[in-house]
Design a protein around this ligand. Structure first.
Ligand SMILES: *Cc1c(COP(=O)(O)O)cnc(C)c1O
Length: 429
């Protein structure tokens, strides 16, 4: 495959944009080489500036559950463009999208009673944490090693030494004091959480977790562990925040909360909820949301929040998410998982697929799917880099990092998935 125009464009891009990108993982640093530049996308295919086409498993990192440019989403946006772009004044579509979330999800997850829209997943989690602190009048937050919650200062924190100690900032530019209220614990470990509560019995505002951790491999948790989080937070009057920016509307309309049948106090959304436009949201118990400004003392605001174009896209997106759609995605996921694992075994490759609904991840050199971030070796990432470039050359766009998951979109049919399988058959790692 020829990547000549992408290479030229990348050389131009780095003159203006740090590393040529606006979000680090796009830069191909984990897999080597330079990124490709896309000029068009349709359904499950993307087309680059060298006229190569790829089956897209990145799907903008999660939002595009119905693929690129779904006609219903495009027409909803076109219709709204004739009326307004942004207003900063209430509009009907905010209420419509809120209804799509609350009216439906509340039937199954009764704690989802009020919602506020923002513009990204990061903003949603940042605001949810502030709200949890304001509501409980406590300072500390428990987060897990291997869960990502966007680039919020106080959550860009890695574990310190020992269980349940203060974290260390995992990025430069974050004062150490900002991480002093963040306790980082391993996933899949009840003891560490009990220890944190023993240390700070009255100062833990919330536990924030990706109930389906999908930003550091796919670290599916035991249901009992997630149930434990619900139990321990209730016992200590802390809040439980499910960060469902990836899992919301992905593993079913009710997200991970519905999948595991656990009722968190606050849920954060992003990605799918915007139908491809920038939307985030946080939702939860009314009593908690009464604390949010202007009703309550917890400040939160946004110039573009709830803008009618993004709301129109979100509404159109959620209306596409029928039971049949999820059923069909599950079947496609099952097919891909089975066939990939078969090929890996036939070829004696030490690769396996772990999957939930339409999220899959390939883990390498492990005899079981990991539940904790520290089980994944950096050595396996080098093997993934080769696999990635092999697939790219066969017109398959996987995430350019072995820590990232793949997403199946509804336009993918069996013959599309077979293209991926054929490419894998030809891999000589
Ligand atoms: C993507 C993601 C975020 C951040 O969302 P952005 O829209 O990129 O700010 C937060 N939490 C989780 C679980 C995510 O997957």
């Amino acid at each position: 495959m020829n990547f000549k125009n992408s290479k030229t464009m990348y050389e131009e891009a780095v003159k203006y944009l740090p590393a040529g990108v606006n979000s680090p993982v796009r830069a191909f640093r984990q897999v080597g080489g330079h990124p490709i530049f896309i000029k068009h996308a349709e359904g499950c295919y993307i087309y680059d500036v060298d006229n190569n086409s790829y089956l897209d498993f990145c799907n903008s990192w999660g939002p595009l559950i119905t693929g690129h440019r779904h006609p219903k989403i495009i027409s909803a946006i076109e219709k709204q463009i004739k009326h307004s772009l942004t207003l900063g004044i209430p509009n009907e579509l905010e209420v419509e999208l809120a209804k799509r979330v609350i009216d439906k999800i509340k039937q199954k997850i009764p704690t989802i009673q009020k919602i506020r829209f923002v513009n990204s997943g990061t903003e949603a989690v940042m605001s949810a944490i502030r709200l949890a602190r304001g509501f409980t009048n406590r300072n500390k937050v428990i987060k897990f090693e291997g869960c990502y919650h966007g680039h919020v200062d106080s959550l860009l924190v890695k574990a310190g030494s020992g269980l349940a100690t203060f974290g260390q900032p995992s990025s430069a530019g974050i004062p150490k004091s900002f991480s002093e209220h963040t306790i980082v614990v391993p996933l899949d470990n009840e003891e560490a959480i009990l220890e944190a509560y023993k240390k700070y019995p009255n100062d833990i505002a919330c536990i924030v977790v990706e109930p389906i951790p999908a930003n550091n491999g796919l670290l599916l948790q035991r249901k009992e562990f997630l149930e434990f989080l619900r139990k321990v937070t209730l016992e200590h009057q802390s809040l439980l925040i499910f960060d469902e920016v990836i899992s919301g509307f992905r593993v079913g309309y009710y997200g991970a909360a519905g999948y595991y049948n656990i009722y968190p106090d606050i849920v954060t959304y992003g990605k799918i909820i915007g139908g491809g436009l920038p939307v985030g949201a946080f939702a939860g118990r009314e009593e908690i949301f009464n604390m949010l400004s202007p009703d309550g003392p917890v400040y939160q605001a946004g110039t573009l929040s709830g803008n009618p174009i993004a709301m129109a896209a979100g509404i159109a997106q959620l209306d596409l998410l029928t039971d049949d759609l999820y059923k069909s995605l599950e079947e496609k996921g099952q097919y891909l998982e089975n066939e990939l694992n078969k090929i890996f075994q036939e070829k004696s490759m030490n690769f396996r697929v772990i999957r939930i609904a339409s999220i899959f991840w390939i883990y390498i050199d492990l005899d079981h799917p990991p539940r904790r971030a520290d089980e994944i070796s950096s050595e396996s990432m080098k093997i993934y880099a080769k696999f990635f470039h092999h697939c790219l050359n066969y017109g398959i766009y996987l995430a350019p990092s072995g820590y990232e998951v793949g997403f199946i979109s509804s336009p993918m049919e069996k013959n599309d998935l077979d293209k991926f399988l054929d490419a894998v058959r030809k891999f000589n790692g």
